[in-house]
Design a protein around this ligand. Structure first.
Ligand SMILES: Nc1ncnc2c1ncn2[C@@H]1O[C@H](COP(=O)(O)OP(=O)(O)OP(=O)(O)O)[C@@H](O)[C@H]1O
Length: 234
């Protein structure tokens, strides 16, 4: 785990790693997020659910600083992210956040090992070391045999495991996962969920957007977005 400090949520004893306060986002005349408050605790698996179009991906992207909210604040390790220069936010994404997109989004021209090595190379690791570490992470997720393979040669489940390896290669504090099981059959989805739970148990906070009840049932906590507002599901 990296060196950014965490804060302890008052009265709970649980460590808050990321906090969103009154986060709002409007696209055109559509208010997608309306003053959303959310805390992410160290080592928890949090599921964000809600109907299609309710703003789940937008919220995840705001939390991961890929999208800038129009109002509100996101705090990570005591730092207000909107006050940081983009270069610093980008460094934080590279070093503290892991991001898994809905369809894996592996670079098609690169092998699985090179895809996983990419964030390590961006951090300045030497190529040989990065490939060795990438291969070790692929092994952890049971897909080391595909290290030399291009993404087009992988099944959906294998590609998603490579995407997960890439997202955690830098040992992030938080893993953001957008519909990690959305494109998978139930067996592959269950294996990916097993890995996400294991990551959380090992101390990485996992924030997952999902409309899959099987995925949500594996989370420690579920929140639901409705019309841009968060609520605990009934
Ligand atoms: N970059 C953008 N520009 C304009 N509108 C956007 C943009 N991103 C999202 N939206 C709109 O914001 C709303 C919420 O989208 P979002 O993808 O966050 O919802 P979602 O709950 O993740 O949906 P789904 O479950 O279908 O993936 C939608 O109406 C969408 O069209």
């Amino acid at each position: 785990m990296n060196s950014y400090l965490s804060v302890v949520a008052p009265g709970t004893g649980a460590t808050t790693v990321l906090r969103a306060r009154a986060v709002s986002k409007t696209y055109g005349d559509r208010e997608v997020l309306k003053a959303v408050d959310l805390e992410v605790l160290a080592g928890e698996m949090l599921a964000i659910t809600g109907p299609s179009g309710s703003g789940k991906s937008t919220l995840l992207h705001c939390l991961a600083t890929i999208v800038q909210p129009d109002a509100g604040e996101i705090t990570f390790g005591g730092l207000q992210l909107s006050r940081l220069a983009e270069a610093r936010r980008s460094e934080m994404r590279r070093t503290c956040f892991g991001i898994m997109f809905q369809f894996g989004q592996l670079v098609p021209e690169l092998s699985a090992a090179e895809n996983v090595a990419l964030p390590l190379l961006l951090r300045g690791m030497r190529r040989g070391e990065a490939i060795a570490r990438a291969t070790a992470v692929l092994d952890r997720f049971g897909v080391a045999e595909f290290a030399p393979a291009r993404p087009s040669a992988l099944s959906g489940g294998q590609a998603q495991r490579v995407a997960m390896a890439r997202a955690v290669a830098t040992d992030p504090t938080i893993l953001f996962a957008d519909e990690p099981t959305g494109a998978l059959d139930s067996n592959s989805g269950a294996r990916v969920l097993d890995e996400l739970v294991a990551l959380a148990r090992a101390g990485t906070a996992v924030v997952m957007v999902t409309h899959d009840p099987a995925a949500a049932s594996r989370a420690d906590r579920v929140v639901e977005l409705r019309d841009g507002m968060l609520e605990a599901p009934a």
